[in-house]
Structure formats: C-alpha cells, structure tokens
Design a protein around this ligand. Structure first.
Ligand code: AP5
Length: 212
C-alpha cells in the first residue's frame, strides 16, 4: 500500500504513522524527520531549512520534491510506504503525480486547532532517537528520559506557542486544500483524530480496510 498521512501539525500523523509502519511493515517517510536530521547533521540542506522550520514556514517545494523522489526510489519503498508530511502544497501533490508514484489512500486526520495547540504544548521528543511523547496522553515510562533509548526528552523548537500558530496558519492556507484534491480522486479517508490515540488508531485501521 502506498499511503499519505494528511493533517495539521500535531494531528497525530507521526503517532499513527509509527503504528501503521509496524502493522504493515512498510517504511514511514517523514519529510519533517528528514529535514530535522539534516539540521542536526549541519548539512547544506539543514542550514537552508533551519530558519524556515523554526519560523513555522514551508521549505521550498523543489527541495522537498527532490528529497521525496530520492527516498521513494530506495529499495525499502518498493513494496509500499507511508508519506508523513508530504505533499503539503498543491505543487507538491502534482509533482508526486508527475513522478509516476501511485497513491492508494490518503488518510486525512482531522483535529480542531484548540486541541492541536494543547497537544503540541505538551509534546516532548527524544533528542537521541526522535521518539514522540505527550506529558499526559503518552508519557514516557522513564520520566524525563526516552523509554526506548534513554535519550533526553526535549521540546521541539517549532513547538513554541507563536510558532504553533504560524504553522497552523500555513497549514490552513497551503495544505488543507489537498483534501479536496484527493477527495476528487476518490482516495480520501477522513479520520477523527480528536479522540484518544487508541480510538484514532482503530479509525485508521478501519479506513485501511475500506470499512470507514
Ligand atoms: P513535520 O515534522 O512534518 O511537522 P508537522 O506536520 O507540523 O507535524 P508534527 O510532527 O508536528 O505533528 P504530527 O501530526 O506528526 O503529530 P504527532 O504524532 O507528533 O514538519 C516540520 C516542519 O518541516 C514543517 O513545519 C515545515 O517547515 C517542514 N516541512 C516538512 N515537510 C515539508 C514539506 N512537505 N514541504 C515543506 N516543508 C516541510 O502528535 C502530536 C502530539 O500529540 C504528540 O505529543 C502525541 O503524543 C500526541 N497525540 C497524537 N495523537 C493523539 C491523540 N489521538 N490523542 C491525544 N494525544 C495525541
């Protein structure tokens, strides 16, 4: 299955993507993760992306299109993949079509802005492996440390309240129209992501089985 996870920042794309990845044994390709790794490594891509991400904007289409094209050509994506955070603009969706990539389903996780702001305010990520936690909904069993690798849990730089508001504005303007783009292609499955993680997972799995 070739899947897209569409939704606002903090809608739970990464959380559900991780669960689907394990269930279907297909890789999750997150442009956000790739860009953050480039920032950490100090590569030219990372240097270009850092200020944009910290301000809640979008990295230029041609840059992320190139990243995704290269990643999807790799061996592990040949039997399916989950695209998390891509496409995020209409030109990105069109570029994906022009790459000849077949998309089977677009899982559109919907969550109201007020819930998003609370979730991202309480999100913590592992500085080592990037695992995601929530102080209340998904706490680490190791307290301030990552239960998977023992790394320190930190607040993502773009999870500051003013940056969250900017990211949400960018989302509504640039990314939300993609729902209509994929609805018109008959590929969109709408998922209520405002519930618990478990309920959102159940809805996601139902959508994957075509039972929504
Ligand atoms: P990216 O990393 O993709 O960030 P995002 O889309 O803003 O999404 P997040 O990672 O913030 O949230 P999520 O939906 O994965 O939620 P999560 O599962 O963590 O991109 C970062 C930046 O990179 C962008 O702003 C942009 O600058 C750049 N970029 C990336 N892709 C790009 C592209 N294609 N084009 C241009 N620029 C690009 O969940 C959030 C929290 O809520 C967690 O704490 C989790 O534990 C909790 N939670 C999740 N689900 C639930 C639930 N159902 N109930 C309760 N709590 C929940």
């Amino acid at each position: 299955m070739n899947l897209i996870l569409l939704g606002a920042p903090g809608a739970g794309k990464g959380t559900q993507g991780e669960i689907i990845r394990e269930r279907l044994d297909i890789p999750s390709v997150s442009t956000g993760v790739i860009l953050r790794e480039a920032i950490k490594a100090g590569t030219p891509l990372g240097q270009q992306a850092k200020a944009i991400i910290d301000q809640g904007g979008l990295v230029p289409d041609e840059v992320v299109n190139g990243i995704v094209k290269e990643r999807l050509a790799q061996e592990d994506c040949q039997n399916g993949f989950i695209l998390d955070g891509f496409p995020r603009t209409l030109p990105q969706a069109q570029a994906l079509d022009q790459m000849g990539v077949r998309i089977d389903k677009v899982l559109y996780i919907q969550v109201p802005d007020a819930i998003i702001e609370e979730r991202l305010g309480n999100r913590r990520v592992c500085e080592g492996c990037g695992a995601t936690y929530h102080l209340i909904n998904q706490p680490s069993s190791a307290g301030d440390l990552c239960e998977k690798c023992g790394g320190k849990l930190i607040i993502r730089k773009d999870d500051k309240p003013e940056t969250i508001r900017e990211r949400l504005a960018t989302y509504h303007q640039m990314t939300e129209p993609l729902a209509d783009y994929y609805r018109a292609q008959g590929k969109l499955s709408e998922i209520d992501g405002s519930t618990t993680i478990e309920a959102a997972t159940e809805a996601t799995l139902r959508a994957l089985e075509g039972q929504e």
